[in-house]
Ligand binder design. Structure first.
Ligand code: CA
Length: 420
């Protein structure tokens, strides 16, 4: 596929994240107006509530877009998703007969506030990056051995939907209980080992019933789209709490996602296979088509009080060992029902070298090897006021499918409310 030309001139550039090929879905507001659904095209947003009001799109019996979330579209299923994209392309393509009418319904991205693009039903986070799992093994257990189950199961845990926030929302350093290995007793206070995790989020569009396992083919059809996801992590809280049941408070204070849902259809030209298997997977996890995507990913840091942004690492989503469809299949296989708006975190994405690591834990080897930023400062963990940005782009022939940055700045911890 090559660049599809739009009459929105800013969309016709090889490097612009939102060409006609992309058409990602978000929720925006202008001033005091109610948030509603919008589609990004070039530097503009198509006001979908206005498009619907004008009768330019009629796909369902009830209005779909004058709401602050895309869940109603998601629930309609793949046939409507496809019809919607086709109609949007028709309206926004060069030479469209709808141009003059649609042009009046565009707003500038620079003039809006962006909100959560969907209601997160439930949030599950996986651990499907092999290099990340090996690095964590080396840091925590002294060797790169994977857990015995790792090559057979997409490991995950049930997280919290309540703390998922849209890009731009500050994230407060959590308070919690922690205990250093050599400390005599646990203590309570602000997290001292605050970290990020570079991940992709897969959004479940159509659900499945309790007690109804699904194949990887069905799972892939259920996925509506993808976002960038930063699974903020409190390593000291996590280190004390995680055995034997896994992450809890160390992962429950904030998860940031990028503001635009990039549809599975937009990513279709970038499908790529999972890496070679060391051991054959059980039949329920095998895929009939490649389940990962070739998406370049980047981690950037702007330290507190500095204008200098450092690129910390660059990697690719195709580094993962398990696809979102495999994760979804495994999630549902025992009878767990899935709901429109369920969010699946891929797990931290790290490539084979230090320049491809997706967490500060790995970049600074648990604080033992602090790294130097372009501003001259060093970091092992996040400090108050630091701003972290995740960026993702799939590069096609003369066009780019971008995600919109996933940004979050660290606020200082609350004062301990339990001591006076
Ligand atoms: Ca994670």
């Amino acid at each position: 596929m090559t660049l599809l030309k739009s009459w929105v001139a800013s969309a016709n550039s090889a490097d612009h994240p939102f060409p006609l090929n992309n058409l990602p879905y978000g929720v925006f507001s202008i001033g005091e107006e109610d948030p509603r659904c919008g589609v990004a095209i070039g530097d503009m947003i198509l006001d979908m509530a206005a498009v619907e009001e004008a009768g330019l799109i009629t796909l369902a019996d009830t209005p779909l877009f004058d709401v602050p979330f895309w869940n109603e579209v998601m629930e309609e299923g793949p046939a409507l998703w496809s019809a919607l994209r086709a109609r949007l392309r028709d309206m926004l393509a060069e030479g469209s007969p709808d141009q003059s009418e649609v042009k009046a319904l565009l707003v500038k991205q620079s003039a809006v506030a962006l909100h959560m693009p969907f209601l997160v039903a439930e949030y599950t986070d996986f651990y499907a990056g092999r290099q990340h799992a090996e690095n964590m093994g080396a840091i925590l257990r002294g060797g790169p051995e994977l857990p015995a189950n790792w090559l057979h199961i997409p490991i995950g845990y049930n997280g919290r939907a309540s703390s998922v926030v849209v890009s731009g929302t500050p994230v407060r350093r959590p308070l919690g209980q922690m205990k250093a290995p050599d400390a005599e007793a646990p203590s309570f206070g602000p997290c001292k080992r605050l970290d990020i995790e570079l991940e992709m989020g897969a959004i479940v569009g159509t659900g499945c019933d309790v007690g109804a396992p699904i194949s990887t083919t069905q799972a892939d059809e259920m996925i509506f789209g993808y976002v960038l996801l930063n699974d903020w992590s409190a390593r000291d809280i996590q280190g004390w709490e995680y055995q034997p049941l896994g992450p809890f408070q160390g992962k429950a204070f904030g998860t940031s996602i990028s503001p635009w849902i990039v549809t599975k259809e937009a990513l279709e030209p970038f499908r790529t296979s999972v890496p070679p298997r060391d051991k054959a997977l059980l039949p329920y996890l095998t895929e009939t088509k490649p389940g990962l995507y070739d998406i370049d990913l980047e981690v950037l840091m702007q330290p507190a009080g500095s204008d200098t942004v450092s690129a910390l690492s660059k990697t690719n989503y195709s580094r993962m060992y398990y696809s979102a469809a495999q994760q979804l299949t495994h999630h549902a296989v025992g009878g767990c029902g899935m709901t429109p708006g369920d969010l699946l975190g891929s797990g931290t994405i790290s490539g084979p070298t230090k320049t491809e690591y997706g967490s500060l834990m790995e970049m600074g080897w648990a604080g033992k090897e602090p790294f130097t930023l372009d501003s001259g400062e060093t970091r092992g963990w996040l400090e108050d006021g630091d701003t972290m940005t995740l960026r993702g782009n799939a590069r096609g022939d003369g066009y780019t499918i971008g995600f919109g940055d996933c940004v979050g700045q660290i606020l200082p911890a609350l004062e301990d409310p339990f001591t006076s």
